[in-house]
Write a protein that binds this ligand. Sequence first.
Ligand code: FES
Length: 229
Amino acid sequence: MTDAEEQPAAKGLTQVLEEVGVSTPPLTRREFLYYLWGSSMAVFLAGAGGVSIWFALPRFREGEFGGTFIVPIEEIPAPDSPPKEFAEGRFWVVNIGEKTINDPLQPKDYELDPGIRVLFKVCVHLGCLYKWVSVNDRFECPCHGSKYLKSNARIGGPANRNLDQFLVEVLDAAGNVLVQTEATWQGNREGATLPIPAGSVALRIDTGQRMKGAPNTKPGGGTAATGSR
Ligand code: FES
């Protein structure tokens, strides 16, 4: 006798149950629809739960572009001194002082307060990386020549808005938020420059939250019919 003859053929569950006397009545239409609905709900709930967890998890780690960066106060440039670049976060930290506020090139459409701003380092025209040019005391884009003041104001070139900014919080030693950037711009104020209150130890910069620069299309910068240069 061959092995094939010795081995009984595999039987289906229904066949085995019939042989031992257990009958399996067919599903009714109602039962079938009930099971179909139940399995659909299970799949839906599993999917919804997975999506919720996915959105609840932090998408970026601290120190990774798209997440938050901590910058100690000691690393912030002095008022009116050249901006400081943070390449890994793709931003510049600028400290706006009286000289910057009173710069005659600052379009008067965009009022300034003294304090900190954090600028996204990508040109708002077509996405090149602009540079700080010390001799001209301004940012310049090597691709098509857009020019921006330290404040973020566009003063020339094909870009049609001011530089974008990231939202910032100023923290004390316990991690409390002392002051934070306004997330919107109203009238001629884009967010707010952040003062550095007593007791500040660091900035927390959220590179996942970008505030779009205000429209700015006039030659020399500005949007209003009067009052700009
Ligand atoms: S990309 Fe900067 S001016 Fe065009």
